[in-house]
Ligand binder design. Structure first.
Ligand SMILES: Nc1ncnc2c1ncn2[C@@H]1O[C@H](COP(=O)(O)OP(=O)(O)OP(=O)(O)O)[C@@H](O)[C@H]1O
Ligand SMILES: [Mg+2]
Length: 247
């Protein structure tokens, strides 16, 4: 079977700072893999290497069997299959929710305005913000903005979705709405690579949890193993800090 994502010996260096030091990772179609790890361990860089927002220094990235690190590959064509959701939503502030979900469909996929609007409304409905179509991002809560951002990604019919701490900028009471949408996507079979510190989500939804520290994968296994019974001291220390932040 072709992996949805395969990283082979992935390295990334910024100047003297080697941020990724040889990452091997696979995600199979329909799997949800959560990446956890301390700040600065390279999680966002890893995610950005998967759709080549960052150019790896060494190693290979395959998405659905296509090597993205091959110089001849049409990277824009491959990227169309990959949805990305960021911590800071990145919506256009001067466009309504509906327009935010329509624009890339029209520009990138060349859908007609009518088609783009139908698909935008479907996806805004799916994430539970159909009543906010005409609102500007500034008129929405963080949780609503993030769900619009998810609808925008889904409207492009991605084969896989990358999430970079999608709930960490949200007030605590808004986190659940976004996680519910992500859980639904997972149940529908979406392939998802998710950087998150939501351990409840990781435990319940992830097929695998990957713990990164210092640019390497320290542990990679089922949630019950990596979160429930970590084998490495570094993992135990990190989990303790996340699960008991007040101590
Ligand atoms: N564009 C860049 N130029 C230079 N250094 C960078 C760049 N992007 C990231 N880095 C460095 O790479 C390291 C890893 O950053 P990264 O954002 O991947 O970590 P992270 O695990 O996502 O952390 P956080 O949990 O805080 O989001 C950091 O030391 C950061 O300063
Ligand atoms: Mg990050």
């Amino acid at each position: 079977m072709t992996h949805a994502i395969e990283l082979q010996d992935l390295h990334k260096r910024f100047g003297q700072n080697e941020v990724l030091k040889g990452i091997d990772l696979t995600v199979d179609p329909g799997q949800v893999v959560c990446v956890i790890g301390p700040s600065g361990s390279g999680k966002s860089t890893l995610l950005r290497c998967v759709n080549l927002l960052e150019q790896p220094t060494k190693g290979k990235v395959y998405v659905q069997g296509v090597e993205l690190t091959d110089r001849d590959v049409d990277i824009d064509a491959v990227r169309r299959h990959i949805g990305m959701v960021f911590q800071q939503f990145n919506l256009f502030p001067h466009m309504t929710a509906l327009q935010n979900v329509m624009i890339a469909q029209q520009r990138v996929l060349k859908r007609s305005k009518t088609d783009a609007e139908v698909i935008a409304r479907e996806n805004l409905d799916k994430v539970g913000v159909s009543d906010k179509c005409d609102s500007l991002p500034g008129q929405l809560s963080g949780g609503q903005q993030q769900r619009v951002a998810i609808a925008r990604a889904l409207a492009m019919n991605p084969d896989l979705m990358l999430f970079d701490e999608p709930t960490s900028a949200l007030d605590p009471e808004l986190v659940g709405d976004v996680l519910t949408v992500m859980r639904k996507l997972a149940e529908e079979g979406m392939t998802m690579l998710v950087v998150t510190h939501e351990m409840g989500f990781a435990r319940q939804v992830a097929d695998r949890v990957v713990f990164m520290d210092g640019g390497v994968v320290v542990e990679d296994g089922v949630p019950a193993q990596v979160i429930g019974d970590p084998q490495h001291e570094r993992t135990r220390t990190f989990l303790h800090r996340v699960l008991h932040p007040e101590e």
